[in-house]
Design a protein around this ligand. Structure first.
Ligand code: ZN
Length: 77
């Protein structure tokens, strides 16, 4: 199955040598500030999803709590 779109074209994660491991988890984020949709990826510690608005650089950080969240998509406003 090729349902997963691996986005390997973007800036690459520095120091990420373990390319053989499972794909990094991500969330889809709608940035209301600029009306754009993008992905944010889980950080190395897997404690949060972190990313930036591709247009204005606004930082988004979504903590991954115990039990987590069932939602995979968020709006940032
Ligand atoms: Zn923005």
């Amino acid at each position: 199955m090729k349902g997963e779109n691996l986005d390997l074209s973007s800036d690459g994660l520095p120091g990420d040598g373990d390319s053989t491991s499972a794909p990094r988890r991500f969330l889809g984020i709608q940035f209301d500030c600029c009306g754009v949709y993008t992905r944010v990826y889980v950080n190395r510690q897997e404690t949060a999803y972190e990313g930036n608005c591709p247009r204005c650089g606004r930082v988004v950080r979504l903590s991954i709590g115990p039990g987590g969240t069932s939602s995979r998509f968020f709006n940032v406003s």
